[in-house]
Design a protein around this ligand. Structure first.
Ligand SMILES: [Zn+2]
Ligand SMILES: [Zn+2]
Length: 437
């Protein structure tokens, strides 16, 4: 496990949760590679097995190939060795979630936790990083992008400020909740090079490793840390246009509603993450494997009143009968929602107002599948058949928009910017340095 607040001087080991108790997996298949060597232990006893191991759960107890055990441990001894585990969830909690199989390097551990199966992959940080840079984006990306993404992933991991899963005994999970990780599934020579070329390199600010957040597409303006998470500004996450130096938007204030509307409803040119830099058709060859191909910079989504009402009822307001109006009353630096009012009638036809704070909660409430971004202009219209109200969202960006913008970083790398230039664009004022060899 990583130690919070400690800068490691040698390469650390990382524990990644692959199957979580909440996934409720009851039967897990671990496929072994015929040409590879393994140590397999069931409750510390050597367990000789070729082919595959099946771990099942019955009445809260684990069985390994039908025999009860508390814990199964499989270590790969071969170079670049792995086991294949399935089913594993990709996109946990999102509409596009699916079951996949993943090739897990180094060491895995299957246990029972809270009456459910849990699979943890323990591996060296640098091995992990060769996997995440390409799990997040397609391997066709230029080296500067893969390297920048690797440095950000390393810094984020080591800053380790969240520790969302510490109670379950691992550092990060395998999904977007932490950082998407699919083992060796998409590792290429290029991603190995990305990790090797930047081994031990991080970005720091005032002697501490940066809490380097990143998202898919900022929408042309980066968001600040404090608008999204804790109310503590981080000097290296500022509201800066995601555009080349000398762009005309440096002083544009998107907290002003009129400016935000114009920004979202038009498609400002020259953004590194905009369609002039990377045409939508080309994005497909660079994006990761789990994403649906789509529009990231500017997009439209519609939802019926009833579906939206159902979502808000389920999540926060069980008494909601009819939505009257939704209005973003306070916007953050990138036009994302800081405060939003949902005006509705309750079961007794009394009017109520629900105040929704910050980007994450707005996205969660505006769509059952989580809206791409809260930088939206919302319109209420009657459906074409005149029977139902609908809400139309026109939005900018995908994700929270703070720190590195993955599509923008792709745009920069395609334009020939270096790894360091990309990092310093998204995290102004940081130092790019090596902390271990
Ligand atoms: Zn997580
Ligand atoms: Zn961007």
């Amino acid at each position: 496990m990583l130690e919070k607040g400690v800068i490691p001087r040698t390469e650390p080991l990382l524990r990644v949760g692959i199957i979580l108790p909440e996934d409720k997996v009851e039967s897990l298949t671990i496929q072994l590679q015929p040409e590879q060597e393994y140590i397999i232990l069931a409750d510390d006893e050597t367990f000789s097995q070729k082919g595959k191991i099946v771990a099942t759960l019955a009445d809260g107890a684990l069985k390994v190939n039908g025999v009860r055990a508390q814990k199964l441990l499989v270590k790969t001894l071969s170079e670049n060795g792995f086991v294949t585990a399935s089913p594993v969830i990709a996109g946990r909690g999102f509409h596009w979630f699916k079951y996949i199989s993943v090739k897990l390097p180094e060491s895995i551990e299957v246990t029972v936790r809270d009456g459910a199966m849990m699979l943890v992959n323990e591996l060296k940080l640098e091995t992990y990083l060769t996997c995440v840079a390409t799990s997040e984006m397609g391997a066709a990306c230029p080296p500067a992008l893969i390297e920048a993404q690797t440095v950000v992933a390393r810094a984020w991991m080591l800053a380790n400020v969240e520790q969302k899963h510490i109670h379950l005994g691992f550092d990060v999970c395998n999904d977007d909740c932490c950082q998407r990780y699919q083992g060796f599934n998409y590792v290429t020579e290029q991603s190995r090079h990305g990790a090797l070329a930047t081994k031990g390199m991080v970005i720091t600010y005032a002697g501490a490793i940066c809490d380097a957040r990143y998202s898919k597409c900022c929408g042309g303006m980066m968001e600040t840390f404090e608008n999204l998470w804790e109310n503590r500004p981080l000097p290296y996450m500022q509201a800066i246009p995601d555009m080349p130096e000398g762009n005309p938007y440096g002083d544009l204030d998107l907290t002003v509603e009129k400016n935000a509307r114009e920004w979202i409803l038009t498609s400002p040119e020259d953004a590194f993450c905009g369609p002039e830099m990377i045409p939508s058709a080309d994005l497909k060859k660079y994006l990761g494997h789990v994403d649906e191909a789509g529009e990231y910079y500017r997009w439209n989504v519609s939802i019926s009143h009833d579906e939206l009402a159902q979502n808000i009822r389920e999540k926060v307001a069980p008494d909601l009968k009819k939505i009257l109006d939704i209005e973003i009353t306070k916007r953050a630096a990138s036009g994302r929602s800081l405060e939003m009012d949902i005006r509705y009638l309750d079961e007794n036809d009394e009017e109520k107002v629900l105040l929704v704070e910050k980007d994450y909660e707005a996205r969660r409430l505006l769509h059952p599948m989580f809206l791409y971004s809260s930088a939206v202009v919302i319109e209420k219209k009657m459906s074409a058949d005149g029977k139902n109200w609908e809400f139309h969202y026109r939005g900018a960006g995908w994700g929270h928009g703070a720190g590195l913008c993955q599509i923008g970083a792709l745009g920069m790398s395609l334009k020939g910017y270096s790894t360091e230039a990309i990092l310093k664009h998204y995290y102004p004022g940081v130092t790019y340095e090596k902390i271990y060899d």
